[in-house]
Write a protein that binds this ligand. Structure first.
Ligand SMILES: C[S@@+](CC[C@H](N)C(=O)[O-])C[C@H]1O[C@@H](n2cnc3c(N)ncnc32)[C@H](O)[C@@H]1O
Length: 275
């Protein structure tokens, strides 16, 4: 147990590894499954590496959508991997195995995998280009890589609120202090090309919530606002916000999910190939 905790603390992860964050990741993956996994299906017998599977939220969707493919899902966190394994077992999924690994230093032979899938990882890395180059090494020629990332600069809403934008910016700054980049979605195209992938395409995938689709407000609250709320203590401790401003920002974010409100956010999905 202490070994697990020690290893989980050995790398910065701005959202932490709490049960609440684990549930947020599962809710996020299931709510956005259609939007983000559309177009991602792997042929039977293909070997797919899922890099940074976390608690297995995307793993379940990947494995169910491509039941004939063989997934190897890795993460740096032993604690998250243990949760991912339990969840996959509970769902009766048999085409996934798990391995602890750091994407900068992958313990696989060159050209081992037919495809690579990454979701919400690059935003947390200090050197995403190096990670992509490392991943390219274990992909076979003509194999594909699929990357999904958010971009917190893409959030806009009604009623608009400077305090709401400021607390979102606190999250961006905290992630930057940890070496990450919460605005990485807009950079996927050049990062993949710089890493040497070809046939790179990037598709923006937009979430939009308003009264014409009231159920979509639930996603805004439980995915986006919950993520911002999760860094409240850190933001105040680091002096990025005071309590009053933070509370007003959160109130204003919730206000966008009322009858006359609206909320918009864009994810970016990029696909490329190794020559
Ligand atoms: C936001 S979670 C995303 C998990 C999952 N892909 C999802 O969408 O639910 C980011 C994950 O990246 C993992 N991670 C961070 N740095 C890593 C590294 N260098 N190598 C492997 N995994 C890493 C963290 O442990 C965490 O589980």
């Amino acid at each position: 147990m202490s070994d697990t905790i020690m290893k989980d603390n050995s790398h910065p992860y701005v959202h932490g590894h709490s049960d609440r964050e684990s549930e947020r990741l599962h809710f996020q993956a299931s709510k956005l499954a259609e939007l983000l996994h559309d177009g991602t299906r792997y042929p039977p017998k293909s070997r797919v590496l899922e890099a940074a599977c976390g608690v297995g939220a995307q793993t379940l969707i990947l494995a169910q959508n491509s039941p004939g493919a063989e997934f190897l899902s890795v993460d740096i966190s032993y604690g998250s991997l243990a949760q991912a394994k339990d969840r996959v077992l509970q769902e009766g999924i048999t085409n996934v195995t798990f391995h602890q690994a750091d994407v900068y230093d992958l313990p696989f032979k060159p050209e081992t995998f037919d495809h690579i899938f990454i979701c919400f990882l690059l935003e947390h890395l200090a050197d995403p280009l190096l990670a992509l180059i490392s991943l390219k090494g274990i992909l076979r020629p003509h194999g594909t890589i699929t990357i999904i990332e958010g971009d917190h600069g893409s959030a806009f809403f009604h009623p608009d609120s400077p305090e709401a934008h400021r607390i979102i910016d606190c999250l961006v700054q905290l992630q930057r202090q940890g070496g990450g980049n919460a605005l990485i979605g807009r950079e996927l195209g050049h990062l993949m090309t710089d890493a040497g992938f070809t046939d790179v395409t990037v598709s923006p995938r937009q979430v939009y919530a308003d009264q014409s689709r009231p159920e979509s407000f639930d996603g805004v609250k439980k995915i986006f606002i919950a993520m911002v709320e999760g860094v409240c203590r850190q933001a105040i401790e680091e002096g990025l916000a005071d309590k009053e401003m933070w509370e007003k920002g959160i109130r204003d974010l919730y206000r966008t999910t009322e009858q006359d409100g609206s909320f918009c956010y864009t994810f970016f999905k990029a696909v490329g190939r190794k020559e």
